[in-house]
Design a binder for this molecule. Sequence first.
Ligand SMILES: Cc1cc2nc3c(=O)[nH]c(=O)nc-3n(C[C@H](O)[C@H](O)[C@H](O)COP(=O)(O)O)c2cc1C
Length: 163
Amino acid sequence: MIPFNEDVINAKYSILHGGSPSEAETKAWKPVEILIDHFKSADKYLISLPMWNFGIPYKLKHYIDILVQPGYTFSFSPDEGYKGLVTGKPVTVVYARGGAYQSGSETEGLDFQKKYMELFLGFIGFTDIKSVVAEPMLMTTHEDKKKTIDSAKELARSIAAHY
Ligand SMILES: Cc1cc2nc3c(=O)[nH]c(=O)nc-3n(C[C@H](O)[C@H](O)[C@H](O)COP(=O)(O)O)c2cc1C
C-alpha cells in the first residue's frame, strides 16, 4: 500500500492550496492518482469487511485515506460545500461482526463499522448503498451461525440479481 509519508502529505496540501508540488512530491503523488483512477474506473462495487475493535480494519482505513482526496473523489466550494465525485454507481457492503449491533439494541451505538463506511461512501458521492450484515459470528451456536450465514448469502444473492 502507498505510504502516507511526508512527500505524499505535502503533495496533498500543495494541490489543496493550489500550489505546485516539488518533483519528489509529484513522484510520490502519482501512485495516489493511479489508485484513485483504478477505484473510479469500476461501474459497481462490492466491499466486504470484518468489524475490528468496533470499527474497520486499519488496511481498509489506509486505503480510504489514500482514496479520499479533494478534486478527485470529492470537491469543496464555499457555495456548494462538500460534493462527492463518485456518483451514479451502486455499492454493496458486506459486514461481519463477532457480536451483534442491530438498530434498536443496547449495543447499536458501538457500531463504528457500518456507520463509518456509510459516512465515507456518502461523502465521496455514493447514494445507492446496500448492506448485508452477518452477526453475531462469534459467541453463538454452530447452528445459529450457519443460519446467519445462510440468510446473509440469500440477501447477497438477491442484491446480486439486480446488479
Ligand atoms: C483484531 C480483531 C478485532 C475484532 N474486534 C471486534 C469487535 O470490536 N466487535 C466484534 O463484534 N467483533 C470483533 N472481531 C470479530 C470479527 O469481527 C468477526 O470474527 C468477523 O466475523 C470477522 O470474520 P473473520 O474472523 O472470518 O475475518 C474482531 C476480530 C479481530 C481479528
